[in-house]
Design a binder for this molecule. Structure first.
Ligand code: 5GP
Length: 191
């Protein structure tokens, strides 16, 4: 529902409205819990590579890493599957690759949201082929209603409804990433 409304927003003069969904405090508290859970299972004697999936997870990644008490290496990659609107094009592309070798390393993929699972499935395949010692997935959000492919999720912040969300790193047309909370994007007809 949100999808079809969103996609017609550009052509007609619909008014964007963001309905609060997950408060900043709630996100921060859950992020601390995720950090503690990961820290409890990661090695103390070698740095774990934390992979930030740009662009959407930059804010979650930065906050999560503050709660990791084991040694870390930071690493960044970027994928693109959404071409500006609210629907995935289905084709996932790696637009920026890691600059470090993850062979024989412990690796955690930090993602903003698992929706259809296509992006995470692609990432897992790509990173697994580089032979890490271990590979974990930590996602802030999971939207199981739209699942197209099963992907293993080791740590999940919140399971959400079938809604299009923005804020806390997540965008609509590159906007709203700076919001400290997560909201549902609505497109209202003009009054
Ligand atoms: P998937 O490949 O699982 O369908 O989608 C993963 C990517 O789609 C996420 O990393 C995110 O960039 C984008 N995405 C999926 N659902 C939403 C949503 O509700 N809001 C926003 N802003 N992006 C989403």
């Amino acid at each position: 529902m949100a999808d079809s409304n969103a996609d017609s927003a550009a052509s007609s003069a619909l008014i964007e409205r963001i309905e609060p969904y997950l408060e900043a405090d709630k996100i921060q508290a859950r992020t601390a819990e995720l950090g503690a859970a990961l820290s409890a299972e990661l090695p103390q004697d070698s740095p774990t590579v934390f992979v930030c999936v740009l662009n959407g997870s930059f804010m979650f990644y930065a906050d999560l890493l503050k709660h990791i008490t084991t040694p870390t290496n930071t690493a960044f990659l970027a994928v693109s599957s959404y071409e500006g609107g609210t629907k995935s094009s289905g084709a996932v592309r790696l637009t920026l690759d890691l600059t470090i070798d993850i062979a024989h390393r412990d690796v955690v993929i930090v993602e903003d949201i698992v929706d259809t699972g296509l992006t995470m499935s692609y990432l897992l395949e790509s990173l697994r082929s580089r032979k890490p010692r271990s590979l974990r997935v930590c996602t802030l959000l999971h939207k199981p209603a739209r699942k197209k492919i099963d992907v293993p999720i080791d740590h999940c912040g919140f399971t959400i409804d079938d809604v299009f969300v923005v804020g806390y790193g997540l965008d609509y047309d590159q906007r709203y990433r700076d919001l400290p909370f997560i909201g549902v994007m609505h497109f209202d007809p003009p009054a």
